[in-house]
Design a protein around this ligand. Structure first.
Ligand code: ATP
Ligand code: MG
Length: 137
C-alpha cells in the first residue's frame, strides 16, 4: 500500500465540485484515510510549495492556493502516487487527456482543480505537512 497527498484546489471548491471529485476518487479504488476543508494562509501555501519558490509563478500560485478553502486528503491505494496523478491528468488542463479531472474541471495551468504528490519523498513531506502520522504508511 502507498499513500499520497491530494488537494481539491480553491477553484474546484468554489465551483462546488468537491462531491464529484471525491466520487471519482472512490470509484477509482482509493481509500480516503484523512480529509479536511481548510483555507490555507499565504504562508502555509508558500511552505507547501517551497520547492517552487524560485519559479516565476510562485507568487500567483500561492495567492491562488490561499484564495479560498481547499480539501486536503490522504489517499491510499497500491501505487497511489502514480495512480492519482494519472487520474488528475497533465498540469495544463488543455494538454490533459480526455476523462482526466484536470481536463474536465481545470480552467488554466495554474487553476487546475487538483494537486497530487509526485514521488515517495514528496508524498511523505506533503502528508506530514497537513496530517500528523499520515506520512507513515
Ligand atoms: P501539483 O504539484 O499541483 O500536483 P504538478 O505536479 O502537475 O501540480 P508542478 O510543476 O508541481 O505541477 O506545479 C505546481 C502547480 O503550480 C501546478 O499544479 C499549477 O497550479 C502551478 N503551475 C505550474 N506551472 C505553472 C505555470 N507555468 N504557470 C502558472 N502556474 C503553474
Ligand atoms: Mg507538483
Amino acid at each position: 500500500m502507498e499513500r499520497t497527498l491530494a488537494i481539491i484546489k480553491p477553484d474546484a471548491v468554489e465551483q462546488r465540485l468537491i462531491g464529484r471529485i471525491v466520487a471519482r476518487i472512490e470509484e477509482a479504488g482509493f481509500t480516503i484515510r484523512a480529509m479536511r476543508l481548510e483555507h490555507l494562509t499565504k504562508k502555509e501555501a508558500e511552505g507547501f510549495y517551497a520547492v517552487h519558490r524560485e519559479r516565476p509563478f510562485f507568487g500567483t500560485l500561492t495567492d491562488f492556493m490561499s484564495s479560498g478553502p481547499c480539501v486536503l486528503m490522504a489517499l491510499e491505494a497500491p501505487d497511489a502516487i502514480r495512480k492519482w496523478r494519472a487520474l488528475m491528468g497533465a498540469t495544463d488542463p488543455a494538454k490533459a487527456d480526455a476523462g482526466t479531472l484536470r481536463r474536465e474541471f481545470g480552467s488554466s495551468i495554474e487553476r487546475n482543480a487538483t494537486h497530487g504528490s509526485d514521488a515517495l519523498e514528496t508524498a511523505a513531506f506533503e502528508l506530514g505537512y497537513f496530517f500528523r502520522g499520515m506520512e507513515i504508511r
